[in-house]
Design a protein around this ligand. Structure first.
Ligand SMILES: NC(=O)C1=CN([C@@H]2O[C@H](COP(=O)(O)OP(=O)(O)OC[C@H]3O[C@@H](n4cnc5c(N)ncnc54)[C@H](O)[C@@H]3O)[C@@H](O)[C@H]2O)C=CC1
Ligand SMILES: O=C([O-])CC(=O)C(=O)O
Length: 312
């Protein structure tokens, strides 16, 4: 049997979607279908063609098309959903719930119809609740519907730690649990630089400040950009998750997973450490938490539950 390239659909060809498509092409992970609404069909085709014309210079083979026709996502192996509205200064991610839930429902219906065997990776905010909507509407098994927050949140944490220590970002690992909001729970106890616990390398006040900056990391970019939210780092996170599935890398990375009893929560999507490979989410790691850490996670889960309640 002839081998075929993977097919990856990216729904929403705005800042995060188009940047993700470019990273996917650069990593030569498969052919890419960029989808946006009919009113933006020409700009979407234009972005795709422009990217395609970069491939000879980049030295990668990937077909890239732009479309507003969902038939074009037929039989995609992976569908990345970035469709929706981004927040502006002064807004919280949760303020997007009504408008983005509507968009997510319509997109998830199309994914269910045209790409029934795909792995779905959700970015649209509020992302924990949007991943829940995608899961319910597609009816796909929980292993195949995954949300992105933790790779981005730990990337921000790692950046700030590396800056403080003046060391390579590669040697810093982070660990963030909970919802993708200001209540997220970066766990210092599980974070290291070159295997050395961060608590041995930085004073408590400095670590506390890094935790606080990480929690508000999305808002920091929103305030700087003025009219939209982060996209380079979020897109890099999406490409890493797609790569983990396509190459069956069996990476241990934090993702937004459906919980059925893990950490004491039920019928909720929440950020937790997971094993990601060729079958999607292959495992949720349940760790012992201190009382203080568990209380912080409970608070974050409650904030997520309050939003999911609105779409359940
Ligand atoms: N989970 C996370 O860590 C992050 C989440 N986000 C979220 O991702 C979403 C996208 O952000 P950006 O790309 O910056 O926004 P953007 O506004 O640049 O792009 C969104 C695109 O979605 C399109 N769209 C709307 N309805 C659609 C539909 N039914 N089908 C296809 N496309 C549709 C819009 O036309 C637009 O082009 C936002 O909700 C944002 O809050 C952004 C960064 C990080
Ligand atoms: O802050 C936002 O609205 C976008 C986002 O989720 C992030 O950059 O973490």
């Amino acid at each position: 049997m002839a081998m075929k390239r993977n097919k990856i659909a990216v729904i929403g060809a705005g800042f995060t979607g188009s940047t993700t498509a470019l990273y996917l092409a650069q990593k030569e992970l498969g052919d890419i279908v960029l989808v946006d609404i009919p009113q933006l069909e020409n700009p979407t085709k234009g972005k795709a063609l422009d990217m395609l014309e970069a491939t000879p210079v980049l030295g990668v083979d990937a077909n890239i098309i732009g479309t507003s026709n969902y038939e074009d996502i037929a039989d995609s192996d992976i569908v990345i959903i970035t469709a929706g509205v981004a927040r502006k200064p002064g807004m919280s991610r949760d303020d997007l719930i009504n408008i983005n839930a509507k968009i997510m429902k319509s997109v998830a219906e199309q994914v269910k119809n045209y790409a029934p065997n795909s792995f779905v990776i959700v970015l649209s905010n509020p992302v924990d609740a949007m991943t829940y909507v995608a899961y319910k509407v597609t009816g796909f098994p929980k292993e195949r519907v995954i949300g992105q927050s933790g790779v981005l949140d730990t990337a921000r944490f790692r950046t700030f730690v590396a800056q403080a220590l003046q060391v390579s970002v590669e040697d810093v690992t982070g660990f963030v649990l909970g919802g993708h909001g200001d209540t997220m729970v970066p766990l210092i106890r599980y974070s290291f630089a070159g295997g050395i616990p961060l608590e041995k390398l930085l004073p408590k006040e400095e670590l506390d400040a890094i935790v606080e900056r990480t929690r508000k990391g999305g808002g920091e970019i929103v305030n700087l950009l003025g009219n939209g939210s982060a996209y380079y780092a979020p897109a890099a996170a999406l490409a890493q998750m797609a790569e983990a599935i396509i190459k069956d890398k069996r990476r241990i990375i934090p993702t937004i997973a459906y919980l059925e009893g893990e950490y004491g929560y039920n019928d909720i999507y929440l950020g937790v450490p997971t094993l990601i490979g060729g079958n999607g989410i292959e495992k949720v790691f349940e760790l012992e938490l201190t009382e203080e850490e568990k209380a912080a996670l409970d608070k974050s889960a409650e904030a997520v539950e309050n939003v999911i309640k609105l779409v359940r």
